[in-house]
Design a protein around this ligand. Structure first.
Ligand SMILES: Cc1cc2nc3c(=O)[nH]c(=O)nc-3n(C[C@H](O)[C@H](O)[C@H](O)COP(=O)(O)O)c2cc1C
Length: 367
């Protein structure tokens, strides 16, 4: 998989999830394997240029966190250009542009999803960035503002003409938020609108089979996964294996899930300090627990942890509590096992409407 001058080890990408795709999570996913490129949370271009401490924390990285894309957000061409140049100097592998944010304050001045409605202006902004750096510049968009304004195909074409290295497209409109299913036909129209630039499909991919279906049905060059990776940091490794062998690896065991969760927790403390790291992990641990089987006892306690010792205590208590749901072999009795994950676009519409992926807490109305 190539993004402009950048060669990636796989065509699987971690989508930006503001508040979640921080250094500890990226390192965790990378250690598990299979990921081609990870992206930071979105970063305000102006804040970066002003060396705002929050913006600098968002781009904090380490040698193991490679290759890394930083997602920029902004509407002032000079600021976006200069921020991209600054990121290149810092050794970032590629720069992504957020074209999905619908916050009025931002759209009013031409940023976020408003970029999807003003093609010429957006193309000029992107051109300025592409010309200022050697690293690839990519764009992340939705299908359009609403069903009446599916602008992604035209925008993708306009951006290809100014030298963008890839287009990421979430197969929903801005108006849809996270409701409904992913529109694979919509992603296909974006793929068909461009000549050479890779289009990366995104939305609701929770399994290797779903990643394959997205590629088969749309012709997209790769798949980007957000919430699915939060449930399941193994998704990239398992998908890569499935792509190359056709074999579906078994779900990770409880012990493996706990091992990776603990690693994620330790990295969180390393990067954010014990107190803040614990506070942040309160909203992360329940995502791992979604695949533990019965976990109410764990979820109730983990949201109060304030130290590493407390976290280990909660885990220890939970392990003992969970034993009541196990058979003699130490496996969850089938009736307690979590149901298999199925992506929205692999289900009957009626089922898909009922069972969508939970959206993590955060300003999700924004994405
Ligand atoms: C909590 C949350 C935060 C998000 N933050 C961003 C962001 O910073 N930039 C962005 O382009 N998209 C953001 N998104 C959208 C995701 O990158 C992705 O397009 C969307 O969640 C669909 O993919 P998924 O079903 O694999 O999660 C966010 C989504 C969620 C749920």
């Amino acid at each position: 998989m190539r993004l402009g001058s950048l060669t990636l080890s796989s065509n699987l990408f971690l989508s930006p999830l503001a508040g979640y795709t921080n250094l500890p999570f990226r390192l965790t996913v990378r250690e598990v394997g299979g990921l081609g490129l990870a992206t930071t949370d979105l970063v305000n271009a102006r804040s970066l240029l002003e060396k705002n401490s929050k913006a600098l924390k968002l781009i904090e990285t380490s040698p193991a966190d490679r290759p890394l894309a930083v997602q920029l957000f902004g509407s002032v061409p000079e600021e976006m250009r200069d921020a991209a140049a600054q990121l290149e100097t810092l050794g970032v592998a590629s720069v992504d542009i957020n074209m999905g944010c619908p916050v009025r304050k931002v759209c009013k001045v031409g940023g976020g999803s408003a970029m999807m409605t003003e093609l010429d202006k957006t193309a000029a902004l992107v051109k300025g960035m592409v010309e200022a750096v050697k690293i690839p510049v990519t764009a992340k968009m939705r299908l359009g503002w609403d069903d009446q304004n599916i602008t992604a195909p035209d925008l993708a074409r306009a951006l290809e003409n100014v030298g963008v290295a890839a287009i990421f497209v979430h197969g929903r409109t801005r108006q849809q938020g996270f409701s409904g299913t992913i529109n694979l036909d919509g992603i296909r129209t974006v793929v068909e609108a461009v000549k050479n630039v890779p289009v990366i499909g995104n939305g609701d991919v929770t399994t290797p089979q779903a990643a394959k279906k997205m590629i088969d049905d749309t012709g997209c060059a790769g798949v980007s996964v957000g919430r699915g990776a939060f449930y399941n940091p193994w998704i990239f490794l398992h998908t890569l294996h499935y792509f190359s062998t056709g074999e579906r690896l078994p779900e990770p065991s409880f012990a493996e899930r706990v091992r990776v969760m603990c690693r994620h927790f330790d990295l969180m403390i390393e990067v954010f300090g014990e107190e803040h790291g614990c506070r942040m992990f309160r909203k992360v641990a329940p995502w791992y627990a979604k695949r533990f089987g019965p976990a109410n006892e764990f979820n109730k306690q983990v949201v109060r942890i304030a130290s590493r010792a407390e976290f280990l205590q909660v885990l220890d208590h939970y392990r003992r509590w969970r034993e009541q749901f196990l058979d003699e072999a130490g496996e969850l009795k089938p009736r307690f096992a979590p149901p298999p994950l199925v992506a929205s676009f692999m289900q009957e519409p009626a089922v898909a409407g009922r069972e969508h992926i939970p959206v993590p807490k955060g300003p999700v109305e924004v994405w």
